[in-house]
Write a protein that binds this ligand. Structure first.
Ligand code: HEM
Length: 501
């Protein structure tokens, strides 16, 4: 009987293995077929061939640099990657058209919301129409309120005081290399979690602990973004259906994020939320649907986490190349805050008067925007101001990274880091937002812009005032890894020295 059972089990195993391999084989053939169809049928133009054969990466480090090169060569500042159905533009008039004039014709669209849908659900980042309008209105009210702004400011100051400064002091003068990008990612994760959930993950504690939530969240964002580079959405959709490979990993990571978010919601309900200032508590007053609440705060986590860390990392790399800018910021800081260490943090009013600091940050975001490009999908046929025809369903991408590198947008010195570009008689002068869509622009402009700038200014002032930061390898320019937000491959290794020590 036993041997019959094991024989039966053996044959069942073989059947399953056979089925599994047949599925995998079918799936691979299917992916290959799609690729071949695209190569042979859809387009043989030089750009598409360079894309499909990846020959572009013989000359360029990443896609954004290649696109920049193509956009500079294009007389209109617009290109079309036919095999991706993607029109990419670095033309400010087109950007204004997409983000403002014909906003209704360029929603995020279904293809985008499908990519991030499993992670973000119906959160603001991932929806259009009424659901977006509702969340936008509520979130604008909350983020605009003085109490929320003060709450965010307190969170930032406390994270700097109790974690960032002790960490930097602990390595100061020790020839111990610290990855500044990692430090900023931990810093901004702590902040955005405290702000969104009222929870402190303690990622920037002195021991630099591993947070399971942060890891699961990172993995889920990374794998969701990777879906976009599949040669056809069918590939990841089939993988998801069969629960294979990266899709299986993604599902597990999202499950962890969900459990964590649910736990936060439960805790908030138990403790009471009416007098708390975190976003979750604020939204709980109006929304009862637990899944919807989860989606709303997870969108904020994604929006506010890596963007601030990315902006700060590039800024400190640029400062290392431009000591004259660092000295100018320090002069301004001393002019407003004095030289004694009595005042630990600049006030809101003092920061508002620091025009050079503001210009230095904007100039850094111009050259290294945390969100290098952003796409919409055309609802109807359209013609862009530069004459480009857009067929219904086409993906249309504006490219802040390329725009910062275009002579025709910023002049022949566009590649230089020059905060003075933003100043007139020492005062910051805003630019046309469609020339600088780093925070997007128009109806869907970033809701966390002011908060992000305050965070960044507080960190820059706190560090510059106390420490000299030396980049471990000053000759290494940042090389970006693909993803939703620009991250530097290999991080930013630094050495820290307390000033005056
Ligand atoms: C330097 C930092 C930041 C940059 C460069 C930035 C940039 C952007 C960009 C480009 C978008 C448009 C994305 C899209 O529609 O696909 C966006 C949207 C958004 N950002 Fe930011 N962001 C930053 C920080 C923050 C922070 C700290 C928060 C949260 C507190 C935040 C909250 C949001 C939200 C909620 C949206 C969605 C707005 C909407 O769809 O109506 N951002 N941001």
């Amino acid at each position: 009987m036993d041997s019959e059972l094991s024989l039966w089990l053996c044959s069942m195993c073989s059947v399953f293995c056979l089925m599994f391999f047949s599925f995998t084989l079918l799936f691979s053939l299917f992916s290959l077929l799609i690729l071949v169809l695209r190569m042979k049928v859809w387009c043989n133009c030089e750009i598409c061939q360079a894309f499909l054969t990846s020959s572009w990466n013989e000359e360029f480090d990443n896609l954004s640099d290649w696109y920049t090169h193509l956009l500079k060569k294009s007389p209109t500042g617009t290109i079309h990657i036919h095999v991706l159905g993607n029109i990419i533009t670095a033309n400010p008039e087109n950007v204004e058209h997409i983000l403002k004039t014909r906003f209704e014709n360029y929603p995020k669209g279904k293809p985008f919301s499908a990519l991030l849908g499993d992670l973000l659900g119906r959160g603001i980042f991932n929806v259009d129409g009424d659901s977006w309008k509702f969340q936008r209105k509520m979130a604008s009210l909350e983020l605009g309120s003085i109490s929320i702004r003060m709450h965010a400011f307190d969170i930032v100051r406390s994270e700097i005081h109790s974690r960032l400064i002790p960490l930097l002091s602990s390595v100061s003068g020790k020839e111990q290399v610290l990855d500044l990008q990692d430090v900023f990612r931990r810093f901004s994760f702590d902040i955005i979690c405290k702000f969104s959930f009222g929870l402190d993950p303690g990622c920037l504690n002195l021991s630099l602990p591993i947070s399971e939530f942060a890891e699961a969240f990172d993995l889920a964002s990374k794998l969701s973004a990777q879906r976009a580079v599949a040669s056809s959405p069918l590939i990841w959709k089939v993988k998801r259906l069969l629960n294979l490979g990266t899709e299986k990993q993604l599902k597990e990571a999202i499950k962890m994020v969900d459990e964590f978010a649910q736990e936060m919601i439960n805790q908030r309900r138990e403790k009471g939320f009416s007098d708390s200032n975190d976003l979750l508590s604020r939204f709980m007053g109006t929304i009862n649907d637990e899944k919807y609440l989860r989606d709303i705060v997870i969108s904020f986590l994604l929006a506010g986490r890596d963007t601030v860390a990315s902006g700060l990392t590039s800024f400190f790399w640029l400062l290392s190349q431009h000591p004259e800018v660092e000295s100018a910021i320090r002069d301004e800081l001393e002019r407003f805050m004095g030289t004694s260490s009595d005042q630990q943090f600049a006030s809101f009013d003092q920061m508002r008067e620091m025009h050079y600091l503001h210009a230095a940050l904007y100039e850094s975001l111009r050259l290294f925007p945390p969100v290098q490009f952003d796409s919409k999908f055309a609802q109807e046929d359209d013609i862009l101001p530069d004459g480009t025809f857009v067929r219904i369903g086409t993906r249309v991408t504006y490219h802040p990274y390329a725009m910062g590198r275009m002579d025709r947008v910023w002049g022949s010195d566009c590649l230089e880091y020059k905060p003075e570009r933003w100043l007139k008689n020492g005062r910051y002068i805003p630019e046309n937002p469609y020339k600088f869509p780093v925070f997007q622009a128009g109806q869907r402009v970033c809701l966390g812009k002011e908060m992000a700038l305050v965070d960044m200014k507080c960190v820059v002032l706190a560090i510059i005032r106390r420490y000299s930061i030396r980049i471990a390898d000053p000759n290494q320019a940042p090389r970006f890894a693909p993803g939703l937000t620009a991250t530097v491959r290999g991080g930013l290794p630094i050495l820290v020295q307390e000033r005056g020590a």
